[in-house]
Design a protein around this ligand. Structure first.
Ligand code: ZN
Ligand code: ZN
Length: 166
């Protein structure tokens, strides 16, 4: 996505964009529409972008395997420095003095992906599946009891517990 800056005077400008996620190059797990709030602070030396991207992702719960919709909010800041040499800071970029546009397309993609949770849970309190009969414990209880767990499975369950506690 490109934002025109050559027509902006020095100072702070607020811009708002919205549309289908496909229009900003995003696909699964993102879907439906996005909203992008952008604050641009333009000066003779630089253009500072303070943005928040909001959209939705369809994820699969790590515990129960059900699909759920997760609201994603991805804030990010970038600085475009007029005429400067490229820097090591990936959030500070060089921009020709006569630049008409800044391009934040790749940033939208990167920050949306970064904003996805490491642990994908439909709910923090998700009960998951019964390790014995596989029933979704969020939907109904089963008759299995912990002490009836087949001992052959217990090392696996221990491992699962440890992974969930990480
Ligand atoms: Zn779940
Ligand atoms: Zn069960």
């Amino acid at each position: 996505m490109k934002i025109k800056i050559s027509n902006l005077e020095e100072g702070v400008h607020r811009l708002f964009f919205e549309g289908a996620v496909e229009e900003i190059g995003l696909g699964e797990p993102f879907f439906d529409d996005y909203e992008l709030d952008v604050e641009i602070d333009k000066s003779a030396r630089q253009v500072v972008v303070d943005a928040t991207l909001r959209l939705e992702a369809k994820l699969v719960c790590d515990r129960c395997g059900e699909e759920f919709v997760h609201d994603v909010e991805a804030p990010f800041e970038l600085a475009f420095l007029f005429g400067e040499e490229p820097t090591d800071d990936e959030n500070a970029r060089a921009l020709p003095y006569d630049a008409d546009w800044i391009d934040v397309g790749e940033d939208l993609y990167d920050y949306a992906a970064l904003a996805l949770p490491m642990r994908q849970l439909c709910d923090e309190a998700c009960e998951g599946l019964c390790p014995k009969c596989g029933v979704n414990l969020n939907e109904r209880k089963c008759d299995c009891r912990d002490d009836e767990i087949d001992p052959r499975w217990s090392p696996l369950l221990e491992l699962k517990k440890r992974m969930e506690n990480n």
